[in-house]
Ligand binder design. Sequence first.
Ligand SMILES: CC(C)(COP(=O)(O)OP(=O)(O)OC[C@H]1O[C@@H](n2cnc3c(N)ncnc32)[C@H](O)[C@@H]1OP(=O)(O)O)[C@@H](O)C(=O)NCCC(=O)NCCS
Length: 169
Amino acid sequence: MFHFFATHVRDAKLRDLEDIIRLGSEVANSPHWTREQYQQALSPTDIPRLVMVSEGRVQQRPEGQTTDIEGVMGFIVARTLGSEWEVENVVVGDQFKRKGLGHLLLACMIERARRENALVVRLEVRACNAPAIALYAKCGFQQDGRRKNYYSNPTEDALLFSLLLENAS
Ligand SMILES: CC(C)(COP(=O)(O)OP(=O)(O)OC[C@H]1O[C@@H](n2cnc3c(N)ncnc32)[C@H](O)[C@@H]1OP(=O)(O)O)[C@@H](O)C(=O)NCCC(=O)NCCS
């Protein structure tokens, strides 16, 4: 149980690379990106992307001992292609799950998309990924498609979700 929990969301920097890679490899169900893919996402390339991290501090007091944990607790990656954004990856560290961080990261990304005049945010997710599907539904995404056997290892359908933004006419 956390005694103290404080976090904020900011744009990621190249110096966050190791934390992002660590979280991406530790958390089950997170899309398995390579170091190069994360590095590219954090660097200017032909494909514009926005990476944000939730960073903060928690204090635990198990059995009278105080433990401080400070640093990156989750991250989100989106392709920012003009009016159409696509969330590619959202990951929260196992010990920080169900504390609203996934929701906060997604809400900050959506807010940025709105400010930058995007009209729609899209994403796809494994059909069995119930926590992610529940998170997307909570953030207002609606399912608008399904790709049969889209994923491999294991083979599974992808569910397609989108969120139309308020500035969309
Ligand atoms: C999906 C994920 C990002 C959610 O992060 P989180 O910080 O735990 O989510 P939040 O605490 O913000 O939860 C927001 C809402 O999502 C839903 N939700 C999150 N985890 C859930 C779970 N395990 N079971 C059911 N609903 C869940 C709930 O509706 C929740 O609202 P509530 O707590 O008021 O009930 C996290 O579970 C994760 O990192 N999963 C592994 C990586 C992954 O699958 N990413 C998505 C594909 S890229």
